[in-house]
Ligand binder design. Structure first.
Ligand code: SAH
Length: 347
């Protein structure tokens, strides 16, 4: 069964020739996020904020701590990139409210369907939506981006030639083959451009947390993957009807941001959440829970922090103004010192 979108894309390639992997990914995802509220146990994949409220509570605690250490500026705003169902924002804003912070909210979201879900979830908040980060007003910004960068298009190269996607009647969609012994190199200029905007923004006050699955250093070859109904699928099957992501190259993001901002990590999500006290938070929630809720809380804790689950593959990067005397939680002292040293010596 071929969807109308797949037919259109096939026609486009027949008429105009092959398209880059990045254009393929971008077209498929735009269609996917525009038509399917994909996230959660009933969708194709689930994300940390959908697993447990504890995830957003820890991120909220980290951000509000930076706000307090910065002297509680009254022009503070909450900014989130790719907010999905709005669950993370709701959990973060609840923690903020507990500390006396009720900031205006700026959401960078391209999908009208996702915006609708976010609006429902964030009733009572002053929310503005943006197509890109560029229109978010300047100000002291507390920023979160969970599984946002992995949804941005990557270009693939084989021996310096950009890899393209073809279509023909017999084979359907397929990419240039990788000759034996050759390696695919991925790059995401769109991710770097957004990271650049984010770092310049933070330079004027605030902080950001970027959480995603990816690698801390080096090239990892092809990482493009598709997930449908919680299972891996071929990137070229059912275009526009399944989630496509690529691993995030944290080293590339750090390189782009370091001239403007102080970059922390990335550290494993498990270490980060545990340093912020998620185990204690789970215990506190458990005290008022019945047996089945207790089991759910323990399962969620395990999924978010265990190295065999999301604890290691998912990583957290912190972004702070270049000149700061803040004491950010969640990152080990040694990591903070190392980064300060490295960034001071490389300018
Ligand atoms: N952060 C959420 C959702 C992750 S899915 C969570 O953790 O559950 C990716 C989100 O980014 C979706 O809301 C999608 O619509 C949005 N998105 C994808 N590409 C985007 C782009 N180029 N600009 C803005 N939002 C985008």
């Amino acid at each position: 069964m071929t969807s109308a979108f797949a037919k259109e894309l096939a026609q486009h390639i027949s008429d105009n020739g092959p398209i880059t992997v990045a254009d393929y990914m971008s077209a498929c995802l735009q269609h996917y996020y525009a038509t399917v509220p994909a996230i959660g146990t009933a969708g194709d994949f689930t994300t940390a904020p959908e697993i447990s409220q504890m995830f957003g509570e820890m991120l909220g605690a980290w951000l509000v701590d930076i706000w307090m250490q910065s002297g509680r500026p009254d022009n503070a705003q909450y900014v989130e990139l790719g907010p999905g169902r709005g669950t993370l924002a709701a959990d973060v804003l609840r923690v903020f409210a507990g500390a006396g912070l009720k900031p205006p909210v700026h959401l960078v979201e391209t999908s009208p369907e996702m915006r609708r879900l976010q609006k429902e979830k964030l009733q009572g908040h002053d929310v503005t939506w943006h197509d890109t980060f560029d229109t978010v007003p300047a100000g002291f910004s507390l920023i979160a981006a969970n599984e946002f960068f992995d949804a941005l298009p990557v270009h693939q190269y084989i021996d310096d030639t950009e890899r393209r996607v073809h279509w023909d009647q017999g084979r359907g969609f397929y990419a240039d083959p990788v000759p034996k012994g050759e390696k695919i190199v991925e790059s995401s200029p769109v991710s770097c451009a957004i990271a650049d905007t984010l770092a310049r923004h933070v330079q004027n006050g605030g902080a950001a947390l970027i959480i995603d699955y990816g690698y801390a250093a080096g090239e990892k070859g092809e990482t493009l993957q598709a997930v449908s109904r919680h299972r891996y699928a071929s990137v070229f099957d059912n275009p526009g009807a399944q989630d496509i992501t690529a691993h995030v190259d944290f080293a590339a993001l750090a390189r782009v941001m370091s001239p403007y901002a102080f970059v922390l990590g990335p550290v494993g999500q498990g270490d980060f959440l545990q340093r912020l006290g998620m185990t204690q938070r789970a215990e506190a929630l458990t005290r008022h829970a019945n047996d089945s809720q207790k089991k759910d809380i323990q399962t969620a804790l395990f999924r978010l922090v265990a190295p065999s689950e999301m604890g290691q593959l998912f990583k957290v990067m912190g972004v702070l103004p270049k000149q700061n005397n803040l004491n950010p939680a969640g990152f080990a002292d040694a990591e903070i010192q190392n980064n300060r040293h490295r960034q001071n010596s490389t300018g």
